[in-house]
Design a protein around this ligand. Structure first.
Ligand code: AQP
Length: 333
């Protein structure tokens, strides 16, 4: 059985991509792991423009999303990254063995840099060329290796960051002695849900009008109605020729459990409009129980705080064990 770690930036409302690419897999894995830790990675969230006056609320909202989606505090630790300071301590240690050339080639870094540079938000200017934007994957390596995690369920956009985690871990092992395991990604279908406005880009919390897990039914219906479609009339899965419809079919399939070819058959001879109307209802009914559960959790802030504090205390202990081992090997004890 593996030790699992994963996290999401509280940079906006969680969307269907975050659920299908990440959280859905966490739910399966938490039942069958030696250790499962799921974090709201709030130190990662401050590497791009954010609003400090609402940030705490945003972090809490992601915690509620995790719980409403089914993260079970009896099986998993649910933590806020900044409450376990060993994450940043290990990141500093990793900074000392990570060449800049490993970081500035990463496509996610280039993308984020571009987003910040072209953002209409004036505060974005102060994020240009910030060290943390470049060093983000080093902190991510620390998040994972701090708990000696060996399996990371993420969407496929994160694969290169996991490769880098392994490069950093092996370099440490080589320089100072064996501490870190090899990390594997757990990537499944749905690992890349695309934007409803532009199927060449992934659905995102920022700069994209994706379907939030907390969207009201009418908002969901309106977003799906507005979603771009491809030329032609046929509801058919073809990533190359019909990227928009293929993305909608993937969402339909993953949320309803129906196979893609069965859905194609069902909509044979029917219009995109009919398909989209039904998809909207599939999404609305899939999210209904999640949204009801979230309301229950919202009414229990004390209980939520207790869950976080118990988890974070346990995480700090696990993290300390690893740091003692690392510091001993590095001559820092
Ligand atoms: N569109 C997506 N399809 C499948 N999986 C996705 N993930 C994100 N978008 C999709 C997965 O969700 C997890 C959390 O990602 P993150 O918030 O830490 O960073 P991100 O990938 O940058 O997510 P966003 O939504 O695009 O946020 P912003 O806009 O803030 O950058 C990861 O496992 C990711 O793979």
């Amino acid at each position: 059985m593996a030790k699992i770690f994963s996290g999401i930036r509280p940079s906006g409302k969680l969307h269907l991509g975050n659920y299908l690419g990440a959280i859905k897999n966490w739910l399966e894995l938490q039942n069958d792991s030696e250790q499962a830790i799921f974090a709201v990675v709030d130190y990662h969230g401050i590497t791009t423009p954010y609003d400090s006056t609402t940030y705490k609320q945003q972090v809490n909202d992601v915690v509620l999303d995790y719980l409403a989606a089914g993260i079970d505090p009896d099986k998993s630790l649910l933590i806020r990254q900044s409450k376990v300071p060993q994450h940043t301590e290990l990141a500093w240690i990793f900074n000392t063995i990570t060449p800049i050339g490993w970081l500035d080639r990463l496509p996610n870094y280039r993308e984020k840099l571009d987003q910040v540079e072209h953002s209409s938000d004036i505060s974005a200017k102060s994020y240009q060329n910030n060290l943390a934007l470049l060093a983000y994957p080093v902190l991510m390596a620390a998040d994972i290796l701090l708990y000696k995690s060996s399996l990371v369920p993420v969407g496929d956009d994160q694969k290169q960051h996991i490769d880098l985690t392994n490069e950093i871990g092996s370099k440490f092992n080589h320089l100072f002695g064996e501490v870190f395991p090899n990390v594997k990604t757990h990537i499944v279908q749905g690992a890349r849900i695309m934007s409803l406005q532009d199927p060449t880009k992934k659905m995102s919390k920022t700069g994209d009008d994706g379907i939030a897990l907390s969207d009201e039914p009418d908002v969901i219906r309106a977003k799906i109605k507005k979603a771009v479609t491809d030329s032609g009339k046929e509801v058919k899965y073809d990533e190359k020729e019909k990227p928009a419809i293929s993305n909608l079919l993937t969402i339909y399939h993953l949320l309803s459990g129906k196979e893609v070819n069965a859905i194609e058959k069902e909509y044979g001879g029917k219009s995109y409009v009919e398909f989209k109307n039904d998809l909207a209802e599939v999404v609305v009914s899939f999210l209904k129980p999640f949204q009801e559960k979230k309301k229950e959790f919202e009414n229990n802030p004390k209980g939520i705080m207790k869950i976080l504090e118990v988890s974070e205390e346990k995480a700090r202990k696990l993290a300390d064990n690893t740091l003692v081992e690392i510091k001993d090997k590095m001559g820092l004890l």
